[in-house]
Design a protein around this ligand. Structure first.
Ligand code: SF4
Ligand code: SF4
Length: 350
């Protein structure tokens, strides 16, 4: 049974103790290039993990005489993080600078998101996954995840940050492509905003309403984000299970060359229904108050513990309530089946 360590959000000054107790010194060794995997937040988003949480972790990694860098990979939707230049600028805008964090930002899959390594996995969907180059070549990994709801996986935590987050653009395409959105003609105003954002020109006007060509759509979700009229919807069907299982297989690929070299920290604060890719503050409102911070060497245990802690605090299944058609446990089940970790854990409060 894996251990998960917990501090209340009011005990933030104990963050270094939390990660040391969780095994940072065993994971990060002298001269290790250490990827601190983050989500810097889409431009306009306010839910992402703030730089003041990152700095003490960078300092601890440096005390180990290791070499930390902050990193993420490009998005497939056309926001401000879909290439390395703009992604770095947004990170700087959100305060992730060498001055404030003590480590540089390196976008791991290169200028256009096409630098990756193929990594073999034994999955149901994939025998090989495309992991962002500089995460692949790092010696150790500290995965910092803002825990919150997610429109495709019910919740997003360590597995999502590892799987979707460490996949290069081509990898993100193959994780998404079983989820194709549809446009509700009753809500569509034919404003054409989604046309500009669609990377594959899959949307056209038919009978004065937007329509998606499923042969061209790659499931990137960009049109969902761009439509102000909530006209673009994902069909509620079993594809959510497939996406979650694919994320778990990518997560397995992301850590395949880092056995005993990964540590996970989940921040259970600013608990929104939507992920940090949304720029809109309307989608950035917390559902409940902050809960705490957890750390573990096991990405499955930490996500299971995070769901349990949040749902206990809410007194109900917050993620099922936010996303009724999604069975969020699919990602945990498949990750456990793949040998990434275990759902049973012991929780130690510091
Ligand atoms: S952005 Fe929304 S309302 Fe505008 S054309 Fe696209 S689907 Fe219709
Ligand atoms: S129609 Fe498909 S490819 Fe185009 S933005 Fe929407 S999800 Fe992406």
């Amino acid at each position: 049974m894996s251990k998960v360590f917990f501090i209340d959000i009011k005990q933030g000054s104990l963050l270094p103790e939390l990660v040391l107790k969780s095994g940072l010194k065993e994971v990060v060794r002298k001269d290790n290039f250490t990827a601190i995997k983050m989500h810097f937040g889409e431009q306009g988003n306010i839910g992402y993990i703030k730089p003041h949480w990152v700095k003490p972790l960078v300092d601890l990694i440096k005390e180990q005489q290791a070499i930390p860098f902050l990193t993420d990979a490009s998005t497939i939707y056309k926001g401000k993080r879909s290439d390395a230049v703009n992604h770095s600028l947004v990170a700087a805008e959100h305060g992730f600078t060498i001055d404030s964090c003590g480590a540089p930002v390196i976008i791991a899959d290169g200028l256009r998101g096409n630098s990756y390594q193929n990594v073999a996995v034994k999955g149901k969907y994939f025998s090989s996954v495309k992991i962002a180059q500089d995460i692949y070549y790092a010696d150790s990994l500290v995965c910092l995840s803002h825990f919150k709801g997610h429109e495709l996986s019910g919740f997003g935590g360590a597995l999502k940050n590892l799987g979707m987050g460490c996949g290069a653009k081509a990898g993100k395409y193959e994780m998404h492509n079983s989820v194709l959105p549809e446009i509700d003609p009753l809500k569509c105003t034919a404003c054409r905003v989604c046309f500009r954002w669609c990377p594959t020109k899959a949307i056209s006007l038919v009978n004065d309403k937007a329509k998606i060509d499923p042969k061209k759509c790659i499931g990137c979700g960009d049109c969902i984000l761009s439509c102000s009229f909530h006209a673009v919807q994902i069909t509620w069907n079993e594809t959510y299970t497939a996406v979650q299982e694919k994320i778990a297989e990518y997560a397995a690929g992301a850590v395949a060359n880092k056995i005993n070299k990964c540590l996970y920290v989940n921040f259970l604060n600013h608990l929104t229904a939507y992920c940090d890719c949304y720029p809109s503050q309307a989608k950035d409102k917390p559902l409940i108050g902050d809960v705490g911070i957890v750390a573990s060497l096991d990405p499955v245990s930490i996500d299971q513990a995070s769901v349990d802690l949040v749902n206990q605090a809410a007194g109900r299944d917050l993620f099922k309530e936010a996303w009724p058609p999604i069975n969020w446990s699919d990602q945990l089940r498949h990750a456990e089946d793949l040998g990434l970790g275990e759902r049973k854990y012991t929780l130690e409060k510091i």
